[in-house]
Design a protein. Structure first.
Length: 131
């Protein structure tokens, strides 16, 4: 089955934005999980540290950004442990990006970072995309 790539670029952010509380943010609003996001392949459990736990990534705030992809059209997920706002264990952030091929992960991550620069600049460690 061929990978379908959306023509329009779209970025959602999961994590703390403007205060405490982990929410899915995008397109000028905070979403609820009852909102329909066409082709979005992950649940709140996946976004709220589930992808990191599934990958057996130790809960260590070190700037390492992991990624995966899924859904139709294709979504790329970039996620990391993030204690820059919420200092409790298990706190994480993630960018969820449409409009790029899976081979364009670095470009997709750079694009998401440009959409949410406040998330990137508040980090105490440089965000480094892992291969």
């Amino acid at each position: 089955m061929p990978i379908v790539v959306a023509q329009t670029k779209r970025v959602l952010y999961f994590g703390c934005l403007g205060g405490l509380g982990h929410f899915l943010h995008g397109e000028g609003k905070r979403s609820t999980w009852t909102d329909h996001i066409p082709g979005f392949p992950w649940t709140i459990g996946h976004c709220d540290s589930g992808l990191l736990k599934n990958g057996k990534r130790a809960d260590r705030y070190d700037g390492k950004v992991w990624w995966t992809c899924g859904g139709t059209p294709l979504w790329l997920a970039f996620y990391w442990w993030d204690n820059s706002v919420d200092t409790r264990g298990g706190s994480n952030s993630g960018f969820y990006v449409q409009g790029f091929d899976h081979k364009q992960a670095p470009e997709a991550f750079a694009y998401a970072s440009s959409i949410y620069p406040e998330v990137v600049t508040r980090q105490r460690h440089p965000l480094v995309l892992q291969s």
